[in-house]
Write a protein that binds this ligand. Structure first.
Ligand SMILES: NC(=O)c1ccc[n+]([C@@H]2O[C@H](COP(=O)([O-])OP(=O)(O)OC[C@H]3O[C@@H](n4cnc5c(N)ncnc54)[C@H](OP(=O)(O)O)[C@@H]3O)[C@@H](O)[C@H]2O)c1
Length: 288
């Protein structure tokens, strides 16, 4: 199986690059070698590679910056994925793409299922939703996994930020009214790999949109407390207390959904797989 992995230096892409290797030949690239916002170059690149599977881990993920870079966010998160879907179909290849809990407005009050109506509150969410639509319009051999609150130790994720803040501040104030599913990038990559290993016909039979994130959900405050509890170098922390805060205490350019947790039962029922409880994932991510 020849796999084209796009975005291999991102949080998820970096984990995918390692996890996918046993499946066959993996061509892993990132910006600027390939630019999702440059249509002609993107098409030419995919055609030259001629993969059996495209895994798209690229995205414009700067949620606040997207408010002032709408066109770029849409080019990378919507137009580019649509082109990937067209090129995959042309090649008879499968496309695996990721989307986000930020397609929802967070007002449901319970974890979202795939049939819930999206209503993004910010440009990032709008652009990701448009990407889902662009891919679905092509009607190819495509799986879209909506995920949430992805973290890794590679980049500036919430986990690495909290560990850093706790080494510099005696008091932390963390929002208690944003709730979703913390998801370790490595586990997302591993489950992706297990699905891809089932082969082309299987992917074709199971095309569709699925929610896939760490099991259970937490507020950012609860997540932060768990991060500091599991920190293997706790003696380095100078933080004495973590106080609850409200999203409105920290004004940002982009509005964020408050309760955007995803219900992953459809994924579990379809594929027989479920990501572990978010606390278990966090423990493995931090303690290894
Ligand atoms: N992070 C989260 O909390 C979260 C939550 C829900 C869903 N998701 C989704 O999960 C997927 C993976 O997210 P992640 O956290 O791994 O993202 P990430 O760490 O920000 O990585 C995104 C990758 O895309 C690349 N990229 C950016 N612009 C590009 C362009 N014009 N052309 C080609 N590549 C470009 C980035 O390269 P540079 O580093 O060079 O810019 C980076 O390697 C995305 O679809 C994201 O929307 C993420």
């Amino acid at each position: 199986m020849k796999i084209l992995l796009l975005g291999n230096t991102g949080q998820l892409g970096w984990e995918l690059n390692r996890t996918l290797l046993p499946l066959g030949e993996v061509q892993a690239v990132d910006y600027p070698e390939v630019n999702l916002a440059e249509a002609d170059g993107l098409r030419a690149f995919v055609r030259a590679c001629a993969p059996h599977v495209i895994v798209n881990a690229t995205a414009y993920t700067a949620v606040d910056k997207a408010e002032s870079e709408r066109d770029l966010a849409f080019a990378i998160n919507a137009t580019g994925p649509g082109i990937l879907a067209e090129e995959a179909k042309r090649l008879g290849a499968a496309l695996l793409h990721y989307s986000t809990d930020y397609v929802f407005d967070g007002t449901k009050g319970a974890p979202y299922v795939e049939t819930d109506l999206p209503h993004p509150l910010n440009v990032y969410g709008e652009s990701k939703l448009a990407g889902e639509g662009a891919i679905q319009a092509v009607d190819g051999k495509t799986l879209i996994f909506r995920t949430a609150w992805v973290y890794s130790d590679r980049r500036d994720s919430f986990v690495t930020k909290v560990l850093g803040w706790a080494r510099q501040n005696e008091t932390l104030r963390i929002v208690d009214d944003q709730i979703s599913n913390p998801t370790w990038a490595r586990m997302l990559a591993e489950v992706t790999c297990q699905i891809l290993a089932r082969g082309s016909d299987y992917l074709s039979e199971h095309r569709g949109l699925y929610h896939l994130a760490g099991s259970g959900y937490a507020s950012r405050l609860k997540w932060a407390r768990k991060i500091l509890e599991l920190d293997p170098q706790r003696e380095e922390q100078v933080c004495q207390e973590i106080l609850p805060a409200l999203t409105s205490d920290f004004p940002t350019a982009a509005r964020r959904p408050l309760f955007s947790a995803l219900n992953c039962d459809h994924f579990a029922a379809t594929f027989g797989l479920r990501l572990p409880a978010w606390e278990a994932g966090l423990r493995m991510a931090i303690e290894r």
